[in-house]
Design a protein. Structure first.
Length: 105
């Protein structure tokens, strides 16, 4: 695979975007539609790009990574945004119940 320096030498730039084509960045709506299409194609419930983002951030929170690092990775100015909008319980009801019982015993 060519290095980023090689890409620039040939007139290409990633512009800071992960997904792009010959016209530039691929907009999030296009990526979202494609992900939903592939979910349907392989027979799983549709997942939206925002749901994937929420899962990613919640996984980082569950891992114990410093909230300030997570906030920066998510591009949030305030950690409250990260906690209030992107932190959700990824455990099953039984797993949650077991942890609650353990915490209260």
């Amino acid at each position: 695979m060519n290095s980023p320096k090689s890409w620039r030498r040939h007139g290409y730039s990633d512009g800071g975007y992960l997904f792009q084509n010959e016209k530039g960045r691929v907009h999030s709506r296009s990526i979202d539609c494609r992900i939903r299409k592939y979910c349907t194609h392989i027979g799983i419930s549709e997942k939206a790009i925002h749901k994937i983002r929420k899962t990613y951030i919640s996984t980082l929170i569950d891992s114990g990574l410093n909230i300030n690092e997570i906030r920066k990775l998510a591009g949030h100015e305030d950690e409250r945004t990260t906690y209030q909008n992107y932190c959700f319980n990824r455990m099953t009801n039984k797993e949650t119940e077991n942890l609650l019982e353990k915490a209260l015993s």
